[in-house]
Design a protein around this ligand. Structure first.
Ligand code: OAD
Length: 229
């Protein structure tokens, strides 16, 4: 089970949120990532996410995204990501759950089940769904429900190995998922900075994901092959 945050995409060139130089230093969360922001200034919100979406065309998966792929041959891998980029999928990963939505999708403001794959195209003011209602980014904003949380918690509760990569674990309910893992589950945190320290059976690998993940993946595969032989 792999839980990722913005840090895994940092070495691809996508900014994280809370670090120095991160997106929340440049923009006010309330303006661009809340239902209130959308009501106050829809143009600004659309511009913010249009920029993020266009940026997807300029970045590629890094060594961390790619290393995860090697695990599939030996483990039953589930990825739960807080990221709205598509770098896990573009690296070839399957079973990727996007807790906070996806940049490549738009949805109807009024009918949340009307969701459209828009690739890296812009959403403009007055772009509408098939029922004539405004389209918005298919992103979970602060103050909104995270509908996939129960499913994510059920997956984490069955994990034998949990790898948490590049997240400050500041945003709930996603950050709380870690505590759904079984007590004896082996846990790894791959992040150059501290974010948690009170979790049983956790090894903190204090390094960037692009360097640490290929090494960790090789180690896990080697251990698994040893157990089987
Ligand atoms: P944050 O910006 O809060 O945290 C990024 C984490 O990545 C930090 O702990 C960094 O130390 C770490 N990091 C930076 N570079 C790294 C690297 N090369 N390798 C590994 N780790 C690295 O981002 P998230 O925790 O993902 O939600 O933020 C969670 C949510 O808050 C996001 O999904 C977003 C945001 O507001 C919404 O917009 C709804």
């Amino acid at each position: 089970m792999i839980l990722t945050g913005a840090g895994i995409s940092a070495e691809s060139g996508l900014k994280t949120f809370r670090e120095s130089g991160g997106l929340w230093e440049e923009y006010d969360i309330m303006d661009v990532a809340t239902p209130e922001g959308w009501l106050n200034n829809r143009e600004l919100v659309l511009r913010f996410y249009n920029e993020r979406r266009r940026q997807l065309d300029t970045v590629v998966p890094n060594e961390a995204h790619k290393a995860i792929l090697l695990l599939y041959k030996h483990f039953d891998v589930d990825i739960i990501t807080q990221n709205v980029d598509d770098l896990h999928e573009r690296a070839g990963s399957t079973k990727v759950m996007h807790l906070h939505g996806e940049l490549r999708k738009a949805r109807s403001e009024k009918y949340p089940n009307l969701v459209y794959d828009i690739g890296t195209k812009d959403i403009n003011n007055e772009d509408t769904c098939e029922r004539g209602e405004q389209l918005r980014p298919d992103i979970v904003w602060f103050g909104e429900d995270v509908p996939l949380i129960p499913l994510a918690a059920a997956i984490v509760s069955k994990a034998d190995i949990l790898i948490v990569i590049g997240t400050s674990l500041n945003v709930y309910p996603a950050a709380g998922l870690l505590y759904n893992a079984p007590y004896e589950c082996r846990k790894y945190l791959v992040d150059p900075n501290d974010s948690i320290n009170n979790v049983f059976n956790l090894e903190h690998i204090k390094a960037k994901a692009g360097t640490a993940m290929p090494v960790l993946v090789e180690r896990l595969i080697k251990e698994r092959l040893e157990v089987r032989s």
